[in-house]
Design a protein around this ligand. Structure first.
Ligand SMILES: [Zn+2]
Length: 174
């Protein structure tokens, strides 16, 4: 689905939107016919975390579409005003029940035509107990040689796990 087509009305005055190219080398923008408000469709930031218990890397099995039933790195959308690091820690805690401390930035992932920009941290688990939230079918821990590669939800899940597990072999996906 093309998300650019779902906004029809101005959030300020309820006027109709029209698509206009305001600057020749930039994409078309949604502009309100009544008040000329420009609605910029900005990217959305997602902060994810790779962290290991003694049993392995913590993955979450999605309970909603897209990719329901597939495994992802615990993470979610960054709130406006929130730091990336705080968002990664908050989302990891909400989804797994585990408290983390950021270790390093593992990678950033973006794709042409996609709204989401994904930031993946490598973190240490410092507390808590595993407690799946409603967005998970389950939480599980996987040894590096037991990652369910054919049941991962997204490209980013696969790329980040590959980079974490075997950074030397995947320079092109850094
Ligand atoms: Zn308007």
């Amino acid at each position: 689905m093309n998300k650019k087509s779902i906004y029809k009305f101005c959030p300020l005055c309820k006027g109709d939107f029209v698509k206009k190219r305001l600057i020749h080398h930039e994409p078309e923008r949604l502009v309100c016919k009544s008040c000329e408000f420009i609605f910029y469709l900005d990217p959305k930031l997602v902060a994810c975390t790779i962290a290991e218990t003694i049993n392995g890397i913590v993955l979450q099995r999605r309970n909603k579409e897209p990719k329901k039933g597939h495994w992802v790195l615990p993470g979610g959308f960054v709130d406006r005003g929130e730091t990336l690091e705080d968002a990664a820690k908050r989302e990891f805690f909400e989804e797994t029940g585990l408290v983390t401390k950021i270790n390093s930035l593992l990678g950033t992932y973006s794709y042409p035509g996609e709204a989401n920009i994904i930031i993946v941290y490598h973190s240490e688990i410092t507390g808590g107990t595993i407690q799946p939230c409603h967005e998970s079918m389950s939480i599980d821990e996987f040894k590096k040689n037991k990652i369910p590669w054919d049941q991962l939800a997204f490209d980013t899940t696969r790329k980040a796990l590959k980079k974490y597990i075997d950074p030397i072999l995947t320079p092109s996906e850094k």
